[in-house]
Design a protein around this ligand. Sequence first.
Ligand SMILES: [Zn+2]
Ligand SMILES: [Zn+2]
Length: 292
Amino acid sequence: MIEFDDVVAYLGKPNKQDCKHAYWQCPECKDKGKDNLIYTFYNQILKSWCCESCKKIYGDIVNNNPNKYQGKENKPKPKPEISHEKLESMLLYWCECQETLLGSQRILDYLEEKRGINKQTVEFCGIGIDINKKFGNHSYKVWVLPIIDANNHTLIGFEYRKNNFSIFYDNIKCMKEPGSYSCLSEINPGFNSKKQIILEGFLDAYLFLQHYGHEKYHILTPSMGVHSILPLMDSWYNKNLFLYLDSDKAGIEVMNKCKEKYQDIQIKTLQCGCKDFGDHYLKCLNRGKNGK
Ligand SMILES: [Zn+2]
Ligand SMILES: [Zn+2]
């Protein structure tokens, strides 16, 4: 395993990136697609599909950073709290759900019309849909939103949203994939040195990325709701951390509590009367874009 920042220091910024992978041209083969060299965030592995260039790059990076990597080559990465089998099956399910969504122009149009999220963002963020998700004895059509622990870039579960994007509540106790835990889920892995911003929900975070791009901020959202932010703050707080929560009672309360405890934390609030970033995107930022 190798850290993303070290690969970027060696190769420069990737040509393409999404929430799972970053892509470069192979420096040896100079492939036309400029995507033969692939970094996978969740296991921190660099792989080239054309030749052995990844091994050379890996060797160079390790040699350039002897203190960081020495003796670590064979150490497994910190164990995720989910088994390897579970992770593999979740990754497969995730791919299927993305394929279903990307294969339906009608559903993509619906997502963009109702929530402003475009196809590019769907692809980058790995948003999916499951048209036959079973909760108990019932089947639902659900949006499948990946929860990726920002600490280790690992997929730990999914947030399921109903057709109308509302969250499943307790009467169906499976709004999250069983086994997922409270963490900050990252929308765009990589570029650890930049500013970090926490938005309250996945849809707000996707739109923030869509509007501001993925390189300016490391965009995060809590996996277990706005109140789960507070206990996570001790390990995440720094001067470059921004909180951009909803302008409602719960969001304001959490921002105030964070400000009390961590005085240097940066707070962003909406002054226009919009209730959250998603609302703000549709009403203020994207006004008139779709001819509406
Ligand atoms: Zn090559
Ligand atoms: Zn607004």
